[in-house]
Design a protein around this ligand. Structure first.
Ligand SMILES: CC(C)(COP(=O)(O)OP(=O)(O)OC[C@H]1O[C@@H](n2cnc3c(N)ncnc32)[C@H](O)[C@@H]1OP(=O)(O)O)[C@@H](O)C(=O)NCCC(=O)NCCS
Length: 139
């Protein structure tokens, strides 16, 4: 669907450092979508390993929030895997609150030796309410 998502890339000069997506149609997980139907979802946030811990992820999320606010959206969500506490800590620091809403996905994947593995992923939805500022001046 055209315009359903925005792909963000963080650059330093000519070097791409990381990327993320803003899903305008809302959360992809069915439980998340049912619980927060008005939210914009940020997903696929990924920073190249050698550039992690330098604020790139923080900048990507800030840029996504600014885009959302610019479209008048006030609620932003991120789903985080329960085996990714480092990312969860970053999102908590950026103001994303746990909701207890879980989406569980199961899938099979094949490793380099042709062995099929069954995986179960549990993603908890974190939500942030954006603050909008109305600035007024008086002379
Ligand atoms: C999670 C991720 C996007 C953060 O990006 P980043 O550019 O390292 O983030 P920032 O520099 O803005 O913030 C650093 C914070 O990220 C977290 N972090 C997670 N993994 C990290 C890593 N490998 N190295 C450094 N920080 C990491 C830490 O909590 C750190 O916080 P701290 O300063 O309190 O230790 C990045 O580590 C990444 O791509 N990880 C692999 C993919 C992933 O887990 N994506 C999230 C899916 S929900």
């Amino acid at each position: 669907m055209e315009g359903a998502a925005t792909y963000l890339v963080a650059w330093r000069g000519d070097e791409p450092l990381g990327a993320g997506m803003v899903q305008w149609g809302g959360c992809l997980g069915p439980e998340a979508r049912a619980a927060f139907p008005g939210a914009v979802e940020i997903n696929h946030v990924q920073v190249r390993e050698e550039f992690r811990g330098q604020g790139v992820g923080t900048s990507l999320i800030g840029a996504a929030e600014n885009l959302a606010a610019g479209r008048g959206r006030t609620q932003v969500a991120i789903a985080v895997n329960d085996e990714n506490p480092e990312a969860a800590r970053l999102y908590a620091r950026l103001g994303y609150a746990p909701t207890g809403v879980l989406d569980v996905s199961e899938y099979d994947w094949t490793d380099d030796d042709g062995v099929v593995h069954h995986a179960i992923e549990r993603d908890q939805l974190l939500v942030k309410e954006l603050t909008t500022l109305a600035l007024s001046t008086s002379d």
